[in-house]
Design a protein around this ligand. Structure first.
Ligand code: FE
Length: 175
C-alpha cells in the first residue's frame, strides 16, 4: 500500500500536471498519428488522469469491514443481478479476467449498474459511467503481499470494503 499510494499514485498526479503544462506549448502543426508530441501527450493525458481517478476511488473504498452495501445501492444490485451474491460472483470473476481494473459503475447513459473493466487506465470503461466500487488487479496491487494468488487478494479486498462512499455517490446520480 505504501508503494502503491506513495509512489505509483503520486506519480500519476505529477505526470498529469506535467502533461497539462506541456500541452500549453505543444507544436500543433506537427500533429501526426504515428508519432508526434501532441499524440503522446494526448494519449498519456487520459492514462495519467484515469490513473488518478481510479486509484482515488480504489483507496477510497478500502478500510471497511466488507459485507453488503445498504439502501438504494443494494436494491439496485438486486434489481440488476438478481441478488448481491450474483453481483459479487460476477465482480470477483471479472477481477480474474482482466489486467487492470474492475469497476462497479452507475452508467448515466442507460441508468443501470454495470461491472465495467479496463486492461489499462485509458482503455475500456464507458464515458458517462460513474465509478462506485473500484478494484485494482494490476500485479503491483497484490504481488508483494500475495504472490500470484490474485483470488486471495480479491477475496481480502471484498472483506475490507467500506461501502459508504459508494452508497453516497450512487444516491447522488441514480434516480
Ligand atoms: Fe494501482
Amino acid at each position: 500500500m505504501e508503494i502503491h499510494h506513495g509512489k505509483l499514485y503520486t506519480g500519476y498526479v505529477n505526470k498529469r500536471n506535467e502533461i497539462e503544462e506541456k500541452l500549453k506549448s505543444v507544436d500543433l502543426a506537427a500533429a501526426n498519428q504515428t508519432y508526434s508530441d501532441l499524440r503522446t501527450l494526448k494519449v498519456e493525458e487520459t492514462f495519467a488522469g484515469n490513473g488518478v481517478v481510479l486509484h482515488e476511488a480504489y483507496f477510497g473504498v478500502l478500510g471497511g469491514k466488507g459485507g453488503r452495501p445498504e439502501g438504494a445501492l443494494l436494491a439496485g444490485m438486486e434489481k440488476e443481478w438478481g441478488s448481491y451474491e450474483k453481483w459479487e460472483a460476477e465482480f470477483k470473476a471479472t477481477g480474474m479476467a482482466v489486467r487492470g481494473w474492475v469497476v462497479l459503475a452507475h452508467d448515466t447513459n442507460d441508468g443501470r449498474l454495470h461491472n465495467y473493466v479496463g486492461d489499462a487506465h485509458n482503455q475500456g470503461g464507458m464515458w458517462g459511467a460513474i465509478p462506485l466500487l473500484v478494484l485494482d488487479v494490476y500485479e503491483h496491487a497484490y504481488f508483494i503481499d500475495y504472490g500470484s494468488d490474485r483470488a486471495k487478494y480479491i477475496s481480502d479486498y471484498m472483506s475490507n470494503i467500506n461501502w459508504k462512499p459508494a452508497e453516497v455517490v450512487y444516491s447522488k446520480f441514480a434516480k
